[in-house]
Design a protein around this ligand. Structure first.
Ligand SMILES: Nc1ncnc2c1ncn2[C@@H]1O[C@H](COP(=O)(O)OP(=O)(O)OP(=O)(O)O)[C@@H](O)[C@H]1O
Ligand SMILES: [Mg+2]
Length: 333
């Protein structure tokens, strides 16, 4: 069953298209990830799906409820953890959860029971009576996830769940996400620009850039499209060597960067001597060569022609940050 389904969902801001006719569906029980660089349109998509922003065109349903016409039903079925922290720091962890549960109309008994359940799930029982301003970054993030789970949502939206956290805390949060997906059967829609996160957590991912979905598939299938192994080499005449390698049928996805080339091959190590032979015959000098298994960054590169980490990917960061602050529940555009 499709828990999330979108059809040509689009959002424009003053003529600028932030989300551009995206169509995808997420199945019940899936962990689905939106992977894309800063400014790609991830948060805007989440805001539309969680009824915070009205789409400019297109449509979407959550648990079969229309996000435009059945907003209250949609909200009952979702939990959201926003990219920007949104906790009451003067309250304790337990008080934050209780406040949220009251807004959802849970009875006193339900609240008591559920607060204990979700705090146990994210390992914060021993901190429940501590004021949130004394929590570490990772503890705050876990509390936000717990809050998103209070009313047992069908779908939990997590916008950049581990942004700015250290490696160890990120790992721990990944485990909580997996755990609640298994234990509570919560469908999870998350956004991230961390490739390792998408790789580890997601059953399927959609790669989004400039508001468009470039591809949707399982992580394994996406990596296979790049080639079994990825070779990166630096050499003297990059352009000529690229043309020469592209003519070989066993070499796929030859991409040129400033002073290097990347391409996909089967059994990379065995192919290196052959590549050196071709270089010699073409009068090209290879100065370094590296063989590795493909990553999602290679997938992104092969679909966009640039790396997730290249400057173009960062251009919109500050604009995205500025606009992000304008949003709160209830303030729609
Ligand atoms: N309210 C708004 N008004 C104008 N432009 C906006 C608004 N909200 C978002 N944008 C623009 O839409 C684009 C997509 O922004 P969005 O926040 O969805 O990106 P993102 O993928 O979540 O990025 P990040 O990884 O930085 O969180 C950006 O160019 C951003 O500046
Ligand atoms: Mg965002």
């Amino acid at each position: 069953m499709d828990i999330i389904a979108t059809d040509a969902l689009t959002k424009t801001f003053d003529g600028f298209t932030a989300v551009d006719h995206i169509s995808f569906s997420v199945q019940k029980g899936e962990i689905f990830g939106f992977l894309g660089p800063n400014g790609a349109g991830k948060t805007t998509t989440i805001k539309m799906l969680t009824t915070l922003l009205t789409p400019t065109s297109g449509s979407a349903t959550i648990a079969a409820y229309n996000i435009k016409t059945q907003r209250a039903n949609v909200r009952e079925n979702i939990g959201v953890v926003f990219q920007e922290p949104a906790l009451e720091t003067e309250l304790t962890g337990r008080e934050n959860l209780d406040f949220h549960a009251r807004m959802y109309g849970l009875s006193k008994d339900q609240r008591l029971q559920r607060i204990e359940q979700v705090l146990t799930l994210v390992d914060l029982m021993d901190k429940k009576d501590v004021c949130v301003k004394f929590y570490s970054g990772g503890m705050k993030r876990r509390l936000e996830i717990a809050r998103g789970l209070m009313h047992s949502p069908t779908v939990l939206f997590l916008d950049e769940p581990t942004l700015g956290l250290d490696a160890q805390t990120r790992r721990a949060i990944w485990e909580y996400i997996k755990h609640l997906n298994r234990e509570e059967h919560t469908t999870i829609f998350l956004t991230t620009h961390y490739m390792d996160e998408a790789d580890y957590l997601c059953d399927r991912i959609g790669i989004i850039d400039h508001g468009k979905i470039l591809v949707i598939d399982t992580v394994d299938t996406l990596k296979k499209t790049v080639g079994n192994d990825v070779i990166t080499l630096t050499c003297s005449d990059v352009q000529r060597f690229q043309q020469r390698l592209a003519a070989e049928p066993w070499i796929t996805n030859v991409k040129q960067h400033t002073s290097s080339l990347t391409f996909g091959v089967e059994s990379g190590e065995e192919k290196i001597p052959v590549i050196f032979d071709i270089a010699r015959a073409t009068n090209v000098t290879i100065s370094s060569v590296n063989v590795r298994r493909p990553t999602l960054d290679d997938v992104f590169l092969s679909y966009t022609g640039r790396s997730m980490r290249e400057p173009d990917a960062e251009k919109t960061t500050s604009a995205a940050k500025k606009t992000r602050r304008l949003f709160r529940w209830g303030k729609k555009q």
